[in-house]
Write a protein that binds this ligand. Structure first.
Ligand code: GLN
Length: 463
């Protein structure tokens, strides 16, 4: 059942959340055995009959977002037994609107990954083919939606593509908002200047509904900006009809280059052409700094993440074990046990980048490149209303194919998502086709705070 229909039934009294939610949790529990998309399922959810925009809707939350009294691991052994004493702002907002938190979804440890294979707990499996990756890092968030027809809303997070990628691989909608639109208070940070909390759903309307609830000013997050809107009006049929005609869709040629699967290019190009029948115009554009985006992204993300991870040392935060030896010995024993391989790699790389004397060479240089990338996009948005490209260069790979990739090859898979993430732009994945049963995603990228625009395009065509 779709959320819209579920809401209608709750409103009419045909569905009682107090009866329905336990049934849904039971179903999720069964499905989880096959797909491993939850790290923690909330077996005793707080069911309120609060009236609100999410009245009675089951909501699942990526496990890097704090939920009071409900285990929050960020996909890491170092936080295996962390039960937050507070709710993230977005969780509070969801509950205030009557949403019911039913589970915490699987993810790459601290968000470090593209395939959800860097997990300290069970690996989520792609519901379209369980031998394939769900995408990362919000793999569980996408799987939870794709594995059934339950009326779920899924809250995820992106630093460099972690909403778009799993949404693309699993064939669901995934919206990453403009940086600052949604409060990050209560998010376990990966890279503070890049992290964004967003929403996944089975339709553009579901994403619009979720965004309307979670976006808004928060005095606990100084980067929160405070735009609040009812985004569902942008996916209203009448609005869409008026809105799309005459709009210009920019198609960046760099996003259709080498490394992007031929069939993916074809499906995405055909999808873009469909907007012409709604009166939109297509224009080829260039984003020349794209070629530096991966390097800049990984320098910034790793420098910031290694700083963030230093607090997990077993004193105030993280796994507490028996104190033996001096402070350094204790910290390193906790961190050796608590962090997985990829987290350790990123700590080493990030610490190297931040070493005395290297600041100008790496971090500051990457920030300059980031500025140029933002300029690239700004110029493009002077001529275009939205940009369209493939979300990922290929369909979800098989687990055994991923095993043979080096870390650098894995990082390179983010080639199409890192630039808009560096620029803090809003973007949405739209499932537009399949190759051998595996979903292909169209990426719609908007100018800052143009969530309404990308939602309107995403909702315009039924795929
Ligand atoms: N794959 C990217 C990384 O590993 C993005 C992850 C994310 O957005 N959390 O950094």
């Amino acid at each position: 059942m779709r959320i819209k229909e579920y809401l209608r039934k709750v409103e009419k009294g045909e569905i009682l959340p107090s009866k329905e939610i336990p049934r849904i949790v039971e179903k999720l529990d069964k499905l989880n055995e096959k797909y491993s998309c939850f790290i923690t399922l909330n077996k005793n959810p707080r069911i309120t009959s609060k009236k609100g925009r999410l009245r009675g809707i089951p909501v699942v939350i990526k496990d890097c977002i704090c939920t009071k009294g409900l285990r929050t691991t960020s996909g890491s052994k170092i936080l295996e037994n962390y039960f937050p004493v507070f709710n993230a702002t977005i969780v509070k907002r969801i509950e205030e609107e009557g949403g019911i938190i039913v589970g915490k979804t699987s993810m790459d440890e601290f968000g470090f990954g593209t395939f959800c294979t860097n997990c300290a707990f069970n690996l989520p499996k792609n519901p379209h083919d369980i031998t394939r990756s769900a995408g990362g890092s919000s793999g569980g968030a996408a799987v939870a939606l794709a594995m059934s027809d339950l009326p779920l809303l899924s809250i995820a997070e992106s630093t460099g593509g972690s909403i778009s990628c799993p949404a693309s691989f699993c064939g669901v909608y995934g919206l990453t908002p403009t940086y600052g639109l949604v409060s990050r208070y209560g998010l376990i940070d990966y890279s503070n200047s890049l992290d964004k909390i967003g929403v996944m759903g089975k339709s553009a309307w579901d994403c619009a509904l979720g965004l309307s609830v979670i976006a808004g000013k928060d005095s606990n997050d100084q980067t929160s900006i405070g735009e609040e809107k009812d985004y569902t009006r942008f996916v209203n049929k009448k609005y869409i009809e008026k809105n799309i005609s005459g709009k210009i869709i920019g198609v960046p040629k760099e996003y259709f280059g080498k490394g992007v699967d031929k069939q993916v290019k074809k499906i995405v190009m055909n999808a873009i052409k469909k907007y012409e029948s709604l009166g939109a115009k297509i224009k080829e554009i260039s984003l020349p700094y794209t070629k530096y985006a991966l390097s800049a992204y990984y320098v910034i993300a790793l420098a910031e993440s290694s700083t963030n991870l230093s607090k997990f040392c077993g004193l105030r935060y993280g796994l507490a074990t028996e104190i033996k030896g001096n402070a350094d010995e204790y910290f390193s024993s906790v961190r050796t046990k608590g962090f997985g391989k990829e987290a350790k790699r990123r700590i080493l790389l990030g610490t190297y980048i931040r070493m005395k004397g290297y600041r100008n060479k790496y971090y500051l240089k990457a920030l300059k490149v980031r500025k140029l990338i933002i300029e690239d996009f700004k110029k493009a948005f002077e001529k275009c209303n939205v940009l369209m490209a493939p979300t990922m260069p290929f369909i979800a790979p098989k687990f055994n194919e991923i095993k043979s990739l080096t870390p650098a090859q894995q990082y390179a898979s983010d080639i199409l998502t890192v630039a808009p993430n560096l620029a803090g732009l809003p973007m949405i994945n739209v499932p537009v086709g399949k190759i051998n049963g595996m979903p292909v995603g169209l990426h719609i990228i908007g100018n800052h705070f143009e969530e309404g625009e990308i939602l309107s395009f995403a909702g315009a065509i039924k795929w």
